[in-house]
Design a protein around this ligand. Structure first.
Ligand code: FAD
Length: 460
């Protein structure tokens, strides 16, 4: 007998229909399906999205809504605190079950677990699923049962256990609930910038949505996987997958990416198989970021290595911060990265490391300022990866680079952009009188950073 009370599928960081266990559970429950996305800007501790992320979310929801309606399900849009709005919608629809895929931030977990308890007390079936990570953070522990703080043994432990589950195919049809409830209109949320509309470069660089994520993966596997390990550090090439925003928003699942890349690896000659393994290891870094966040929920605000609390940051130099943000430091590779970020909402990984090192070590500006700027400007702004990587570069993070290894941006440019192609793409006035002089002396500021670090060493 068909069950008539619908199942509510609450979409969050999983804006896809492929390999979506919550959606699959709803389909398998025999209940009619109601889909909802909630713009939650009021639950305590949930970090508001940055500007570039809001831009992405708009198009991504547009795309998800189209896919769902192709399957006969309408995406309901609501705004408010989840603790109030989800039970309200469950009541309005007469839902008998609520399904979602898990989130890993502390505030999100608190919201979800309170909701789970409350809804169950109200007699609803509630289930949550593993969908956004290959390995649930709490399942990977050291011999003594503690979380890992170093990547290599963490990844060895992940690979030593059961492999990631196979991805689940998208449902061919769904039984959409045919009742009616109020929904917001996406445009009312004003996620896209208007006055001024700064998103032209983002639109040119990106096409949010599930179809585009799958296309990028296919293209990457066909054309770039084989040489990934040799070319991944060259910012002028499009040699990496560019999947990070799609993974951030869950438009493609890590299980799908893993399964396809692993398949390519298995069939490849040794050289290319090694390159594929390197790519899979990068997915491992994403896992590690979440593993660390799960154990240290305040990663975006608090030094993971607490001895860095003694770091003697000088008073904030607002002019230097603003020159860095605008890409006007007079250091070409740094400016190229910062302008790429502003224009496209992204930046090549190698250059992210260079600009982060320059901010924290040459300008002696606290990594949290950089983390906040990236949070606002990156389309892939991710609460685990952003905070983890900023702390990694600053030296205060888990498995961080030793502090004294301060990137020299000029050497980095010589090595990874030897013909200045990347710099010219992003800083057209480079080499002319219009280009500014460096705002700092790299050698002098390097020494000052090392002296500041001595304070941390002495306190540790
Ligand atoms: P590929 O090289 O194709 O790698 C495949 C996937 O592996 C990526 O899509 C990403 O999901 C994951 N990955 C690769 N490198 C890392 C890494 N170092 N840490 C975590 N995951 C990784 N990545 C984000 O997704 N969101 C962020 O907010 C973010 N902030 C960063 C801040 C700084 C200071 C630095 C140094 C790095 C940051 N990264 C962040 C990591 C990395 O720069 C991007 O994931 C990468 O540039 C994405 O490009 P891609 O998809 O082509 O990567």
């Amino acid at each position: 007998m068909a069950v008539t009370a619908p199942a509510l599928v609450w979409f969050r960081d999983d804006l896809r229909i492929d390999d979506n266990p919550a959606l699959r559970a709803a389909a398998d429950s025999g209940r009619p399906v109601v889909a909802v996305y909630l713009l939650d800007e009021s639950s305590p501790g949930i970090r508001p999205l940055g500007g570039a992320a809001r831009w992405w979310l708009h198009s991504s929801l547009h795309s998800l809504s189209a896919s769902l309606s192709g399957l006969g399900v309408r995406l309901v849009l609501r705004r408010g605190a989840a603790g109030t709005e989800i039970p309200r919608l469950a009541q309005e629809t007469g839902a008998g079950a609520v399904f979602w895929n898990r989130r890993y931030g502390a505030a999100e977990r608190a919201v979800d677990s309170a909701l789970k308890t409350g809804l169950r007390e109200g007699g609803l079936e509630v289930a949550s699923f593993a969908a956004s990570l290959l390995f649930e953070p709490w399942t990977i522990t050291t011999g003594s049962g503690t979380p890992y703080s170093v990547f290599t043994p963490f990844w060895r432990a992940c690979l030593g256990g059961p492999p990631p589950r196979a991805p689940i195919d998208e449902p061919e049809t769904l039984d959409g609930w045919d009742g009616d409830v109020p929904t917001d209109l996406l445009g009312e949320w004003r996620l896209e910038p208007t006055r001024p509309d700064w998103a032209a470069g983002l639109r040119e660089a990106w096409q949010p949505g599930e179809a585009s994520a799958h296309r990028l993966l296919d293209e990457f596997l066909a054309h770039n996987l084989a040489a990934y390990d040799e070319e991944r550090d060259l910012p002028a090439q499009q040699a990496t997958s560019r999947l990070s925003p799609h993974l951030r928003w869950g438009e493609i699942s890590p299980h799908r990416v893993w399964a396809q890349a692993d398949l390519a690896r298995r069939g490849a000659p040794a050289r290319e198989a090694a390159s594929a393994s390197r790519f899979l290891t990068e997915l491992g870094w994403r896992e590690f970021c979440y593993h660390v966040l799960f154990a240290a929920p305040d990663l975006a605000t608090t030094n993971w290595r607490r001895e860095f609390d003694a770091f003697p940051w000088p008073p904030l130099d607002g002019d230097a911060l603003s020159a860095w943000q605008r890409g006007e430091t007079g250091i070409p590779i740094v400016d190229a990265g910062m302008r790429e970020l502003w224009r496209t909402g992204s930046m090549h990984n190698r250059i992210r490391m260079v600009v982060a090192s320059f901010l924290t070590k040459n300008l002696l500006i606290d990594w949290r300022e950089g983390e906040r700027w990236f949070w606002d400007t990156l389309v892939d702004a991710d609460q685990a990866a952003n905070a983890f990587n900023w702390q990694w570069v600053a030296g205060s993070g888990a498995d961080a680079a030793p502090y004294f290894r301060i990137f020299n941006p000029e050497l980095q440019a010589k090595k990874f952009d030897p013909h200045g192609e990347y710099v010219r793409q992003n800083v057209p006035e480079w080499g002319t009188d219009a280009y500014p002089e460096p705002i700092v002396d790299l050698a002098v500021t390097r020494k000052a950073a090392l002296a500041a670090y001595d304070v941390v060493k002495r306190s540790g």
